[in-house]
Design a protein around this ligand. Structure first.
Ligand SMILES: Nc1ncnc2c1ncn2[C@@H]1O[C@H](COP(=O)(O)OP(=O)(O)O)[C@@H](O)[C@H]1O
Ligand SMILES: N[C@@H](CC(=O)OP(=O)(O)O)C(=O)O
Length: 467
């Protein structure tokens, strides 16, 4: 089989895990042709983002401190994970080269006094540049030939939408399939950095948080993979986040459409575009546990064979969002109001996660990520306040709770069960939406009510008894 196996940050951040993965790949590669895709080690992308915050605040020493924290983390993993001394020395040398480049980049950004979208992508792509070298060296150490490649080096070419780029699939297909086939013919396992590619001018671009999943499916589609495995620290897609619901159950099979909904509403932090490259080629995906490979995990396909009968399959949550209530009497009966609002937000590059309009048309409520809130509010204030908008009311730190399952379609009484359970727990709901596909029902609560709301719904729909 041709396989793409993607390891998330949670799987590659401890010595014993790195060694176990190297052994796993070594043994699987005896039977299969494998491309490994790696995320950054846990916490590294967050640290790189913090470096950019420090640069914005002109705090160079904090930025350098964070860079050495990243350095030390990777050097320690390298020393503990790689046994052959020549391989270890070579790896440490390569890591040092990356660290010098990272420090030079910080210098440059501080000197210019700005963090552009382009320099930001270059900066946050360093996490995967480091992790691929570590994992590839560990595979070499286990006795199997392997080389590390960044997304750019493997041939992922994207548009220039820094921070949220999309691959140009035709060019990418030509380049990736050639690189991969060359390496397969040399019996070498490519370890590719997820999350990033490069635009046509060679500038590094990223796909957005969680983007390594998207890299894996992009590569899988280009090399005509038979299966794609996403490996992390859970057995697969569960009926809820197991960190919140102790008796959450593994979903053995879900459809692409259900998986997309789960990804959009935060289940396992899968990048929302992940399934796009798989749709036309119908490549099956398995979501599996790196540390429990005996378990087959969740199979995601076009039409699952043993479809679970439950109306609802999953209760997911996305925390740390902002809610903006946009009000104005002159919005009533004025065609084009919504268009103007969303055009303004789109121009500022804001992704709106939820929308609802009250029937009297005097208010439109939207939810955006906390990190986009400032930008969204100032764009609306500058362009529309005092014109079609009279007032903006803002609530920070809210969570979206979503119920997902194709069995909800046409089923009467789902909403009353949901809100009955929520009311019993005295949780206040500030916004409700249901997609016209009826695949999801989503509502907004305070961040601090997230766990109670998720548990209440998991119980109300008896998801612990799912088959
Ligand atoms: N419905 C769900 N099913 C499985 N895991 C979930 C779900 N919702 C949230 N999670 C969380 O997602 C985490 C894995 O996140 P992810 O970012 O994909 O890991 P990685 O960094 O390995 O890619 C799990 O540890 C789990 O707590
Ligand atoms: N390192 C990136 C990309 C990624 O996909 O990470 P993970 O697979 O660990 O969620 C991030 O933190 O967003």
């Amino acid at each position: 089989m041709r396989l793409v196996i993607k390891y998330g940050g949670t799987s590659i951040s401890a010595t014993k895990d790195i060694q176990a993965i190297a052994k796993q790949i070594n043994s699987l590669s005896k039977k299969h042709q494998i491309v490994v895709v790696c995320s950054a080690t846990s916490g590294t992308t967050d640290d790189l983002i913090e470096i950019s915050e420090s640069i914005k605040k002109e705090n160079k020493s904090k930025a350098e401190q964070l860079a050495s924290k990243i350095t030390n983390r990777h050097k320690q993993l390298a020393k503990q994970s790689i046994k052959k001394s020549d391989l270890q020395k070579k790896l440490l040398r390569k890591l040092d080269e990356d660290f010098s480049e990272l420090l030079a980049l910080i210098d440059g950004m501080v000197l210019l006094g700005e963090v552009t979208a382009r320099s930001m992508d270059y900066l946050i792509s360093f996490g995967e540049r480091l992790s691929i070298k570590l994992i590839s060296a560990a595979i070499n150490d286990s006795g199997k030939k392997s080389i590390p490649l960044t997304g750019k080096e493997v041939g992922i070419i994207t548009d220039s939408n820094f921070g949220e780029s999309k691959p140009l699939m035709d060019t990418t297909r030509l380049r990736v399939s050639k690189t991969v086939d060359d390496l397969f013919s040399k019996k070498t396992v490519p370890v590719v950095g997820g999350f990033a590619g490069a635009d046509q001018h060679g500038h590094v671009t990223t796909f957005g948080r969680g983007g390594s999943d998207y890299s894996a499916t992009t590569i899988g589609s280009c090399m005509k993979a038979d299966e794609i495995w996403l490996m992390s620290d859970v057995d697969g897609l569960m009926t809820a986040d197991p960190k919140i619901v102790k008796n959450a159950k593994l979903l053995k099979e879900v459809s692409y459409i259900e998986a997309v909904e789960m990804a959009m509403f935060g289940a396992k932090q899968i990048h929302p575009r992940t399934f796009e490259p798989l749709l036309s080629k119908k490549i099956p995906m398995k979501i599996r546990n790196s540390f429990n490979v005996k378990n087959e995990g969740t199979l995601v396909t076009v039409s699952p064979s043993a479809s679970v009968k439950n109306t609802v399959k999953c209760v997911s949550n996305v925390q740390n969002n902002g809610l903006i209530d946009i009000r104005g009497g002159s919005m009533v009966g004025t065609p084009g109001t919504a268009a103007k609002i969303f055009e303004t937000l789109a121009k500022s590059g804001i992704n709106v996660m939820m929308i609802s309009q009250n029937p009297s048309e005097s208010s439109i409520t939207i939810v955006v990520k906390n990190t986009d809130l400032d930008k969204a509010v100032s764009a609306l204030e500058m362009e529309l306040l005092g014109k079609i908008i009279k007032k903006l009311e803002i609530t920070t730190n809210v969570a979206i709770i979503a119920l997902i399952g194709s069995g909800m379609r046409g089923t009467v009484g789902v909403a009353s069960r949901v809100f009955g359970a929520i009311e019993k727990n005295k949780i206040n709901v500030s916004m409700i939406t249901q997609g016209s596909s009826e695949l999801n029902l989503a509502f907004v609560v305070k961040n601090s009510d997230t766990s109670a709301a998720v548990r209440a719904l998991h119980d109300a729909f008896e998801l612990d008894k799912i088959n």
